[in-house]
Ligand binder design. Structure first.
Ligand SMILES: Nc1ncnc2c1ncn2[C@@H]1O[C@H](COP(=O)(O)OP(=O)(O)O)[C@@H](O)[C@H]1O
Ligand SMILES: [Mg+2]
Length: 272
């Protein structure tokens, strides 16, 4: 099914392309704690790739390596065919990678629209110097950025709250605003750390639909961490399973579901 060079076609007929991100033998330590132990996996163009595993497995750490927030002690990250040297998160963002956080990180006092506009920061070229010298360029840029932000707000169906301060929103909507901000960066790779954690069933269904729509409409490659096995099975094309910093499974949802090491890890959690 998997043609390493070219990609593959999903059961629902979507075309998955070549590898865009390759993690090779990644090891990450915090003092004596090995959060990631010699893990390799790849992410393909257009894919929805899930990272799952019990609490403390190292999932968020892995997403933080992909986003450049952590630099691993060992291993290499290849992005779009090239070895990526250690980079600052803003440099990684400029390469087209955007993310949301496990714990919502929005500006609570600012409106939804202004929060989404902050997602455009990596695209703003006009510095203060040009803003003072050439007002027209700054204004044109502001207008273009606002148009992108408004388009994303429409897409995620949050027009009605665009002027509402984020602090007043219920949890599920805050998660959607965070997704909107990440999308405003027009990423080619979108990283979502537990986008559905703490949501009720209806909110989870909405978020699942938006994730699928983003992938479908913009062709965005998505790597997401999720706890709910049902959601993972419905959403993702391929799944990496982590446990105690190790990779214990990698494959389609069906392959992973039948993997004994995965079953054991999950039963361990379920019967805690
Ligand atoms: N900044 C940090 N400093 C020290 N230890 C950390 C840090 N971040 C994560 N860890 C440790 O690394 C391990 C993996 O954590 P994490 O990646 O958050 O797991 P997950 O997201 O799968 O729950 C845990 O043992 C955690 O305590
Ligand atoms: Mg986590």
């Amino acid at each position: 099914m998997l043609d390493q060079a070219e990609g593959y076609t999903t059961a629902d007929g979507r075309k998955i392309g070549p590898v865009v991100m390759e993690m090779k033998n990644i090891t990450l330590r915090f003092g004596g704690v090995e959060a990631i132990k010699d893990i390799s996996f790849d992410i393909r163009q257009g894919e929805i790739r899930a990272i799952i595993g019990p609490n403390g497995a190292g999932k968020s750490s892995m997403l933080n390596v992909i986003s450049g927030f952590y630099v691993p002690q060992d291993g290499q990250v290849f992005y779009q065919g090239a070895l990526r040297p250690p980079m600052k998160p803003f440099q990684v963002a400029r390469q087209g990678i955007a993310r949301t956080f496990q714990n919502i990180a929005l500006f609570e006092g600012m409106t939804v629209l202004d929060n989404v506009m902050t997602g455009r920061l990596t695209h703003m070229e006009t510095g203060l110097f040009w803003q003072s010298m050439w007002k027209g360029k700054a204004e044109a840029e502001e207008t273009a950025n606002r148009e992108v932000a408004e388009r994303i707000i429409d897409f995620l169906e949050i027009q009605a709250i665009r002027k509402t301060p984020v602090a007043r929103l219920p949890y599920g909507l805050k998660k959607r605003v965070e997704l909107a901000r990440a999308l405003a960066a027009e990423p080619s790779l979108l990283l979502l750390d537990e986008p559905m954690a703490g949501m009720n069933v209806e909110e989870k269904e909405d978020m699942s639909r938006f994730i699928l729509d983003v992938n479908d409409e913009f062709g965005t490659t998505i790597a997401l961490i999720e706890h709910d096995m049902g959601v993972v099975m419905d959403l993702s094309d391929r799944v990496v399973v982590m446990d105690y910093g190790k990779k214990i499974g990698d494959g389609t949802p069906d392959e992973v579901r039948g993997n004994q090491a995965v079953i054991d890890a999950y039963l361990g959690v379920a019967h805690d």
